[in-house]
Write a protein that binds this ligand. Structure first.
Ligand code: ACO
Length: 386
């Protein structure tokens, strides 16, 4: 790790704690991730989206009544103002869905005139719930160009509603809804990652939750962060066939390029979310008697992914580079017929729970505004020659 003494500053703030937090924790050597003390695998296996949302926003798992109440609220607030819905439906089709999402979250501020008054934490929690509730609708409206998308429609759960906004057909299959829900939970929080740092930095100026989460969405869109899930599928398609894997990886290394979906700032062993995908979720989809009609193309991509993992472990394992959460998630989303350019919006549907929790904790802890320093390497003072 680079230290202050090596360079005089901390590139990428590697290894530098910037806040005290009680939300999530990672043991990067052992490959453990917990949310408020609970291992992420247990939450994915036994809990609903609503449970994890409650846990992150309100610090403990809900009772049955509390879960039902939160579910009702999340479904009650899903619709957006018709003017905003019309704007989203008419947005440029070339706009990447992640940028549509960040713009749309900002547009929602217009419907909350009190959003700049952040003194009351109970109201802040309610504001967070209303925002989380609307995120899938924003995606559904843009995807279908229908401003009335999902209005008046009844859903069993948040996961059911969220999958419907991505693919109406897949949402009819309860097994796929369950897998989708686990995928959202696995993404729910991850300490001070790049997008959560954005929430913390923007929120520290007491900007609104809309501004803070919009900035996090932009940060997540980058291919070195959440955008990697979309790029992994392009990479598998570019490799085309398992026999091309070694040559592909060698060419990337010689060009000094990164292999998408591998490596992590904190994990120096397997990412527990990647392990859960591999052991719990992918076998439910990719098996001989699967009910999900996996076509040959997708089966081939799965084989290539397994081959890339094998080669990568041999090539990079001793450097602590392993498949991360983005390596496997795309294959599952593709099996749900979701277009790859929407993959990172799904990451956001999970991560918004964590972003909101960090925004709330930022306010609660009365943290100082983020304002780090630089090492100035420019010209000394000079003057206009007049
Ligand atoms: N492929 C090849 N080599 C890699 C990879 C990779 N994916 N990741 C890291 N390395 C190598 C680097 O080349 C570097 O080697 P060197 O020491 O010989 O120069 C070493 O590992 C350390 O890499 P850094 O980039 O310095 O590590 P950092 O902690 O800054 O970056 C990151 C972590 C951004 C995730 C990086 O591993 C990466 O770019 N991965 C590919 C993109 C990706 O999958 N992103 C998703 C991350 S998970 C998430 O955000 C949801």
């Amino acid at each position: 790790m680079v230290t202050l003494l090596d360079k005089g500053y901390f590139p990428g703030l590697k290894g530098i704690p910037i806040v005290e937090s009680k939300i999530s924790n990672i043991d990067g050597e052992k490959g453990i991730l917990t949310f408020r003390g609970y291992p992420v695998e247990e939450l994915a296996k036994h809990c609903s989206y609503e449970d994890v949302c409650y846990l992150l926003l309100k610090e403990d798992l809900p009772t049955e009544d509390e879960r039902t109440e939160l579910r009702k609220e999340l479904l009650k607030y899903k619709d957006v103002d018709i003017n905003i819905a019309n704007s989203i439906a008419h947005m440029d089709r070339n706009l990447h869905p992640m940028y549509m999402l960040s713009i749309s979250v900002l547009l929602l501020q217009g419907s909350d005139s009190t959003s700049f008054n952040i003194k009351n934490q109970e109201e802040n929690i309610q504001r967070a719930i209303r925002l989380i509730a609307k995120l899938p609708t924003l995606i559904g409206i843009y995807r279908t160009k229908d401003p009335d998308f999902a209005q008046g429609k009844e859903f069993d759960s948040f996961a059911h509603y969220a999958l419907y906004c991505l693919d109406e057909q897949s949402a009819k299959n309860q097994d796929l809804v369950n897998i989708f829900e686990q995928l959202l939970i696995l993404h729910a929080d991850h300490t001070i990652n790049n997008s959560t740092f954005s929430v913390r930095a923007v929120g520290s100026s007491h900007a609104s939750i809309f501004a803070s989460i919009s900035s996090a969405i932009n940060s997540l869109s980058g291919p070195l962060h959440g955008g990697a899930n979309e790029k992994v599928i392009s990479m598998l398609e570019e490799i085309k066939s398992p026999e091309n894997i070694e040559a592909y990886i060698e060419s990337k290394i010689s060009e000094g390029e990164k292999i998408m979906g591998l490596g992590h700032r904190v994990y120096k062993t397997y990412d527990p979310r990647g392990v859960y995908f591999k052991k719990e979720l992918l076998p439910k989809i990719f098996n001989e008697d699967n009910p999900f009609k996996i076509d040959k193309h997708l089966d081939n991509l799965y084989n290539i992914a397994q081959g890339v993992e094998e080669v990568a472990l041999k090539r990079f394992g001793n450097k602590g580079i392993y498949p991360n959460v983005d390596f496997w998630s795309g294959l599952i989303l593709k099996a749900m017929n979701i277009e790859p350019n929407y993959f990172t919006t799904i990451f956001a549907l999970g991560r918004i729970m964590g972003w909101a929790a960090h925004w709330l904790e930022n306010i609660e802890s009365k943290n100082a505004i983020f304002r780090p320093k630089q090492l100035y390497k420019g010209l000394d003072i000079r003057h206009i020659d007049k």
